[in-house]
Ligand binder design. Sequence first.
Ligand SMILES: Nc1ncnc2c1ncn2[C@@H]1O[C@H](COP(=O)(O)OP(=O)(O)OP(=O)(O)O)[C@@H](O)[C@H]1O
Ligand SMILES: [Mg+2]
Length: 602
Amino acid sequence: MTITGTQDEDRSNYTKEESRAIRQRSLRLLGSLIHPLRLRIVIAAIVLVVSTALQVAGPILIGIGLDRALPVLLEESDWMPAFMITAIFLIAGISASALIGIYVVLAARITQAVLLDLRKRIFLHTQRLSLEFHESYTSGRIISRQTSDLDSIRELLDGGLNNLVSGVLFGLFTFIALVIADWQAGAILALAGVPLVLLMRWFYRRSQLVYRESRVISAKVIVQFVETMTGIRAVKSFRKEPRNDETFRKIAGDYRDVNRRSMVLFGTFEPGLMAVAALTLALVVLWGGIRVSEGVLGVGVLLSTVLYVRNFFAPMQEIAMFLNSYQSATAALEKVSGVLEEQPTVPDPERPVDLWESRGAIRFDEVTFGYNGEKTILPNFTLDIPAGQTIALVGTTGAGKSTLAKLVSRFYDPTKGRVTLDGVDLRMLHPKDLRRAIVMVTQEAYLFSGTVADNIALGKPDATLDEIRAAARAVGADEFISSLPDGYNTDVNKRGGRVSAGQRQLISFARAFLADPAVLILDEATASLDIPSERLIQDALQTLLADRTAIIIAHRLSTVAIADRVLVMEHGRIIEDDSPDALIGGTGKFAQLHAAWQQTLV
Ligand SMILES: Nc1ncnc2c1ncn2[C@@H]1O[C@H](COP(=O)(O)OP(=O)(O)OP(=O)(O)O)[C@@H](O)[C@H]1O
Ligand SMILES: [Mg+2]
């Protein structure tokens, strides 16, 4: 893994078309997320509109109370109007708060539904994508998609979007109510809109720059952290700590700087906003006061306008905050939608060919292959492996042996030509059929969390414990498994369940034998075993491989003894192809290798 980051997060220099395509991609994703929730969204919106209208009614009721009900009370001792106004005020206030409560719950449900959907989609999709994607997209980046990106989207939906919608609605209703109460105060507020918009735009632009930078750096922090920790063994054995310390210190320092700059931005924006608000309020009070003294405006109306103007500015800061969460969320959405629209390079067939019983005949039909379509590894490669044959594949490091194995397993598709199983192109097989027919065991035997039995049963999920034991016994793993603290039920991640590399290989062997495939590929699968264990496996292999096709890749030539046929590979070509005895007796490359190997044994 390297910090390549050539895709999304490190790029800010997209062309116009690319930017548009990315925006459309995000919108498509958003649309598909919202679509199933549209009814709930409409209901939440109605609740919000009604509650906001009720909230905004407050100041105008106070004004009416002061200007109309109070004089009646003072002059005629009639309590009725004052009582009515107070009752209406109370009812409006209580209903507004009750509705807000409902709205908060509704909005939270919508948010959680969206997040659940998105979280599942990211997981299912990244798991479905082909190896090629996972080789170029570092795990650190996938982790950020699942964690920090989802967090930004949650922040937006939870706080930001709510604040924006309710803030804008509140501002709009307040403005309308102000114009109704006193259009001249409304005009003053409209004028104040000019500096307000300028200020908000300045803040938006600046914070956009700062936030973009912050995103790039925070991604780097995560990547650096994940790479160091996943590669901790290599880090320690090569004493890479000081260099990592240095790099991390620098990245973390950059992150602090950029966050500091965003705080400075807020430090300028907030006082600016307060100044605009104070100025507007002063003008409204001044102009209203003059009119009150001239007797053309009621004191109550003046009070309502003052309350409205003050209320108008209250949500502005939240709206500005929204702009920030909006930016990180759109960026997150862009990245997530990028992953979600990534297509598997090894796609499942639309109409798979049924493969009832696979015999295990493999054929390479003029296959040309290079990773990512780059340098050709296998040039025009043709090879026939009849069903039931055991092949030993040997050759120099980098010759293309593992590549060949990965093509048979269909981890990749050939650039040209085709690989067939029983005459059917692998691309036409249902993944279920393919995985049942072809199993590959590699050097890196991975154990999942769970018990040893679970790990063996991976090859056949409905296997009984007896079957599991039989498989383990067949590969000579039974003995060591039985000596584990809980035998087959030992948790491989718990103390005492930790197994050695060779033992891991034995477990993955048992897994493969339990799966009972028609084609078994062993790529350096015995490399971590000692000579006696390997001998044991080879004895087992001889019986177990009798009725299946096998491709055994091994550097230790002892493996060759059990093969029907040996292929010697160099630079992506088969240079020798014969029975082991014929090759050993001959004068070719294999004979030389074999002679050299025999010498090391003496
Ligand atoms: N994932 C990959 N992406 C790009 N190139 C790759 C990838 N894996 C292997 N290669 C290239 O393909 C060539 C063949 O590699 P391959 O792993 O098939 O060799 P091999 O014969 O299995 O060698 P070894 O004996 O060391 O296992 C190498 O030159 C290597 O650089
Ligand atoms: Mg290899």
